[in-house]
Design a protein. Structure first.
Length: 171
């Protein structure tokens, strides 16, 4: 885990103490993420800073890792770099959420102890592409479909060529 952090933590206590934790977590720890990624033997670099600002207990963090996912066009593995930053303000109810300054994203803290790995996994999942696709120039399926489309276009008659053929048949 991260720099001696337990699986569950009291986020408010960490924020009041102004703690910072930097470390690496194996991708395989994140069970929901493993199903979205193809293989999970790499590391996620994690940086977490807890504190208080403008009367708000917060968690500022950054996550960086490279994942292998499946291209949804060609169904081959591809690499995706995830590099995300976040700033959460802790809230316990709607009233606290409505008073949260604009730069903070609300993080609902419903219990004293919060599963920090779950929070990290949620952010990684949100940072992953919704539909993983190779860049067009690198995708074998895109190259094949381009050749087929170009051939189909050259075989297809234009509306004006059809009209010309009709006028030739009348004379």
């Amino acid at each position: 885990m991260l720099s001696g952090l337990p699986k569950t933590v009291d986020l408010y206590r960490l924020a009041m103490a102004g703690e910072t934790h930097v470390g690496r977590v194996k991708q395989s720890v994140f069970k929901r993420l493993v199903s979205a990624a193809h293989g999970a033997e790499r590391w996620v670099d994690v940086s977490l800073q807890f504190g208080m600002e403008q009367g708000v207990h917060y968690l500022r963090g950054g996550l960086t890792s490279e994942f292998t996912v499946i291209c949804q066009r060609c169904m081959n593995p591809m690499e995706v770099l995830v590099d995300t930053r976040f700033l959460f303000g802790f809230v316990r109810n709607k009233e606290e959420e409505s008073r949260l300054p604009e730069q903070f994203e609300p993080l609902w803290v419903e219990q004293m102890e919060t599963d920090l790995l779950s929070v990290i996994e949620d952010e990684l999942l949100l940072a992953m592409p919704m539909v993983a696709l190779h860049p067009s120039a690198e995708c074998p399926a895109w190259k094949d479909s381009t050749v087929v489309n170009e051939q189909a276009e050259s075989d297809r008659a234009t509306p004006f060529s059809v009209l010309a053929a009709l006028t030739r048949d009348k004379h």
